[in-house]
Write a protein that binds this ligand. Structure first.
Ligand code: LMR
Length: 403
């Protein structure tokens, strides 16, 4: 039966991470997968997480199942972290999920399973996995333009015009709450306000992917767009990941929140989400969620964690500046100054697939074929090598590009 299976292509992000692991070169640099690294290239466990784990180790008395929707204290804290006091919690149907991906899949599939809701609009470009997740969930995926031709700035009018002309009542609109993946280009507060009013007027459903809270402008600041939208829109979806801001990548900690008009509706939505989870993985794992809940509830752990998130954001910003100034010195013909206004881990460099191949083959530098780089993978020690390699790559490949 299985001999007719064809070989699936490697994942454009995790496939590169696997190739990087196998690469024997000692000076290789990984700017592909979105994982935070410190200046010596380690993805260390946060101190607040270690402390929470040690407390849990001492106090945890059972490994029995969680409820289908997950750990109650975690869900309460997460609602508060994401939404503050903007929404009455009784209007929110919430599940703990296996990472942000699990939230996207379960919520999208639950929506697709209910009559009359089948289209989702994603930005072009978006995280490559959005297409796969939403299609697998049974939604029809449409795209709206996001980047201007320069590929370094937002095409807000293009985005709005397409949605105004083509989106229909009840369509889902996938939005990155902050730190747009893959471009690092975010909406301004004024643009969020315009979008919020437009979504409400056209009765479109905002569907937020919120994976980088704290990596843009700050934990609170990064909720501003989301909150603006929620002020005017009674219904919304928020899929959150705590892989990045808690460094809990392999613990798979996320949450899917559906904001509804009233408590009764939220009870029905929750029952559908739970039915989906039960038929999928039954109930979620405890450990990562227990860590997040403990950190968010405990004043000392929380302030330690907030300082760690600030430090991660500051490191990313300092790598952006160092990259731009080193490129300026190494290859002044090409201005990379636009990276300074982009937010979060990722940026679009403007490098193309051929140049990404060149960097990987010739220098052991891994970036995505779209030109996306993970700024958090840069370091002071490798910056000269990286910039020198990009300069050589541009020299070696530019004539061919011009043809
Ligand atoms: C990324 O975009 O690199 C991260 O979100 C990791 C992933 O799963 O793709």
């Amino acid at each position: 039966m299985f001999e007719n299976y064809s070989l699936a292509p490697p994942d454009p992000i995790l496939g590169l991470a696997e190739a990087f692991q196998k690469d024997p070169r000692s000076n290789k640099v990984n700017l592909s997968v979105g994982v935070f690294k410190d200046d010596i290239g380690a993805t260390a466990v946060l101190k607040s997480v270690k402390e929470a784990e040690s407390r849990l180790w001492n106090t945890e008395s059972s490994k029995s199942y969680l409820g289908i929707d997950g750990l109650a204290s975690y869900l309460t804290s997460v609602k508060h972290l994401l939404l503050g006091k903007v929404i009455d919690p009784s209007r929110i149907a919430a599940i703990q999920s296996c990472g942000g991906t699990g939230a996207l899949r379960v919520v999208a599939e639950t929506i697709a399973g209910q009559a009359g809701q089948s289209r989702i609009w994603v930005s072009q470009p978006t995280w490559t996995n959005h297409h796969a997740i939403f299609e697998a969930a049974g939604l029809q995926v449409q795209v709206y333009p996001y980047l201007a031709k320069s590929e370094i700035a937002l095409d807000f009018s293009g985005m709005m015009n397409t949605l105004a002309k083509q989106a229909e009542d009840g369509d889902l609109i996938c939005l990155h709450a902050c730190c747009h993946n893959p471009t690092g280009v975010d909406l301004t507060l004024e643009q969020w306000q315009v979008l919020a009013a437009f979504l409400a007027e056209r009765r479109l459903i905002p569907f937020f992917d919120f994976a980088y809270q704290g990596f843009g402008d700050g934990l609170r600041e990064d909720t501003r767009g989301l909150h603006e939208v929620l002020k005017l829109n009674p219904e919304a979806v928020i899929c959150a990941s705590f892989s990045k801001n808690f460094g809990l990548y392999s613990e798979r900690v996320g949450a899917g929140l559906v904001v509804t008009r009233d408590a009764q509706t939220s009870a029905s939505v929750l029952s559908q989400l739970k039915q989906n989870v039960r038929a999928n993985y039954s109930n979620p794992p405890r450990h990562g969620a227990a860590i997040v809940a403990l950190i968010l509830e405990d004043d000392q752990l929380r302030s330690e964690w907030e300082a760690e998130v600030d430090a991660m954001r500051e490191r990313i910003c300092s790598m952006r500046s160092l990259f731009v100034s080193t490129m300026q010195r190494t290859y002044p013909q090409r201005d990379f100054g636009f990276l300074l206004s982009q937010k979060g881990m990722f940026s679009y460099t403007g490098l193309n697939a051929m140049q990404a191949d060149w960097l990987r083959n010739e220098r052991g530098i891994y970036i995505l074929g779209t030109g996306r780089i993970n700024v958090a993978g840069m370091s002071v020690g490798t910056m000269d090598y990286l910039c020198q390699s990009i300069a050589e790559c541009l020299e070696a490949t530019s004539p061919a590009v011009a043809l």
